[in-house]
Design a binder for this molecule. Structure first.
Ligand SMILES: [Zn+2]
Length: 355
């Protein structure tokens, strides 16, 4: 079957029969149905969305993707000011709350709420999405927060374990301070680590100072932020490995889109997320190929659905078909968040709490 491992996974998730070939029209039919269901659930269960979607008659108004224009955006300010009233489940069903603080901002922090099922969606995505770069023979070093149950590194470890891939949950390496690098590098050498997941700046620094690790490192996944060409090339050159990129935010449920073996842009997790690219000033939908602001709607999240959420990243749909043959759309590599005007500063610190 052409396409990525994500195609087969998406086909199963949207209910196609075993072995069925994923087609664009299947994805879109599913997404439209799930969009309507999400709108209905949000309207019925969340005070915030009940008010925001008051004038929307879902049956009458939402019949195709052009009708998305009828649905109001949700913004970071909404999340900061009305987060709790965005919830669609009782607080007892919440298993995880992630709090994002922003430097230099007087506003409330962003709090994103998840149920067990919401977290399961992420684990399942990591299980299947990571198969593009690792298999049972690999040992993957996780340089992301992983101490607490439910943290990104913990969900990644659990997803990988389901696919038979062993991992070492190490935790984040400082972007500014290289004093702990020696300890990470001895671990990589001692354990014969074959894959690394981390931030681009610190992973590039590790690669520069230890080209000998090229002997066993086969692949690297860069996550958490904008990836410069320079850092990507440094890692590819020093470790002679494949560098994959991933796009996701806490709001999108961490995993958002994943590179395929072509490694030019990333394919979104379309069974769980409906992405749009809009013109920031007017809010109008932009045609394929045009750069604009990334907006997404969650299609399967229970605790806190995001409806047309303006994440503030700059992105575009790649107009050319991907060489992997996937039926999934393809986002170009995401640009720096600062590229969108009037966007609040990027989150500075992330704390995770369990109620
Ligand atoms: Zn592809």
């Amino acid at each position: 079957m052409p396409g990525t491992v994500l195609d087969a996974w998406t086909a199963r998730k949207i209910g196609l029969p075993a072995g069925a070939f994923l087609r664009r029209e299947d994805i879109e039919r599913y997404q439209l149905a799930m969009l309507r269901r999400t709108l209905q659930t949000a309207k019925e269960n969340s005070p915030f969305y009940a008010k925001r979607l008051l004038g929307l008659d879902i049956e009458r108004d939402i019949n195709c993707f052009e009708d998305l224009q009828r649905i109001p955006f949700t913004t970071e300010a909404d999340l900061r000011n009305s987060g709790l009233s965005m919830l669609c489940v009782p607080q007892r069903d919440i298993s995880r709350i992630v709090t994002l603080h922003t430097s230099g901002s007087a506003g409330n922090p962003k709090r994103i709420y998840f149920t067990e099922e919401d977290q399961e969606l992420t684990i399942d995505f990591f299980h299947h999405g990571m198969r593009i770069m690792v298999d049972e023979s690999d040992l993957l070093l996780i340089l992301l927060p992983c101490e607490r149950p439910g943290s990104v590194g913990d969900l990644l470890r659990r997803g990988l374990a389901r696919g038979g891939t062993a991992s070492v949950p190490y935790g984040p390496v400082s972007r500014e301070d290289a004093s702990a690098d020696a300890a990470v590098l001895s671990l990589i050498r001692a354990r014969g680590v074959s894959a690394v997941v981390g931030g681009p700046v610190e992973t590039a620094r590790l690669a520069r100072s230890a080209p000998d690790c090229a002997a066993h490192i086969k692949s690297v996944l860069l996550s958490t932020e904008y990836v410069s060409d320079e850092n990507r090339k440094t890692i590819e050159t020093c470790w002679e490995c494949k560098v994959f990129e991933h796009y996701g935010t806490t709001e999108s449920g961490l995993g958002g889109a994943m590179a395929c073996h072509v490694r030019e842009g990333y394919h979104p997790r379309e069974a769980d997320l409906l992405f749009e690219i809009i013109e920031p000033e007017s809010g109008r939908a932009l045609p394929c190929g045009a750069w604009g602001e990334v907006v997404f709607t969650t299609l399967t999240r229970r605790a806190m659905p995001f409806i047309r959420y303006r994440i503030g990243d700059r992105g575009r749909w790649r107009p050319d078909p991907c060489g992997c043959g996937s039926a999934l759309k393809r986002l170009d590599r995401i640009g720096k968040r600062a590229a969108i005007k009037n966007r609040p500063a990027a989150p500075r610190a992330e704390t995770e709490t369990k109620p």
